[in-house]
Design a binder for this molecule. Structure first.
Ligand SMILES: CC(C)(COP(=O)(O)OP(=O)(O)OC[C@H]1O[C@@H](n2cnc3c(N)ncnc32)[C@H](O)[C@@H]1OP(=O)(O)O)[C@@H](O)C(=O)NCCC(=O)NCCS
Length: 156
């Protein structure tokens, strides 16, 4: 990795690029149960809505190539130490190690902010996601069946 790579906290000006990368993930049908592209207004609302969310971006020469966010897993007090995560890399930058870098930084953020554990949901057929999480040391705890509806059918 050359020195032009930077990982930092997201700021509001990053939202259009975060949105663009998120919409690629929605379009690709491998990452999320969201089916329709988001618009800028929705993404600003997402960014502003949850004060306990930590969103980071990775950029190269100022261009944002991916982002990741850490969210409280539940509003229930008993789960306050548990976070869940999202990670999205721009199509043209996937498979180059950026997802792994973002995940490592997100884990640092989690520890700093009192989370002792991170959980996530992924489609069984999302090979890059599965590979990334396995490489980072996550373990599979099970597969939900008939759980999430996307395009009129249960996806897993
Ligand atoms: C999933 C995603 C975040 C992974 O990030 P990435 O930068 O592409 O992944 P990395 O290059 O850091 O790869 C990390 C590991 O994942 C695995 N991996 C990456 N791409 C893979 C692929 N196409 N097939 C199988 N395994 C893959 C490898 O084990 C890799 O480690 P290695 O290079 O040492 O073998 C990225 O591909 C992406 O944004 N996909 C679309 C959105 C998405 O699916 N998000 C996750 C939702 S659960």
């Amino acid at each position: 990795m050359d020195s032009h790579w930077k990982i930092r906290e997201a700021v509001e000006q990053d939202i259009p690029q975060i949105l663009n990368i998120y919409n690629q993930g929605i379009e690709d049908r491998i990452a999320t149960l969201e089916s329709k592209p988001k618009n800028l207004e929705q993404m600003i609302e997402w960014y502003q809505a949850r004060p306990c969310r930590y969103t980071i971006v990775i950029s190269h020469h100022g261009e944002i190539c991916g982002w990741a966010s850490l969210n409280p897993y539940s509003h229930r007090c008993a789960y306050r130490g548990v976070a869940d995560l999202s990670v999205y890399i721009d199509r043209q930058w996937r498979g180059k190690g950026l997802g792994f870098l973002l995940l490592q930084e997100l884990e640092r953020k989690a520890k700093e902010n009192g989370f002792h554990k991170i959980v996530l949901f992924t489609f069984p057929f999302n090979l890059s996601g599965q590979g990334l999480y396995r490489k980072a040391g996550y373990r599979e705890v099970g597969v939900f069946h008939n759980q999430g509806m996307l395009d009129g059918q249960y996806y897993y």
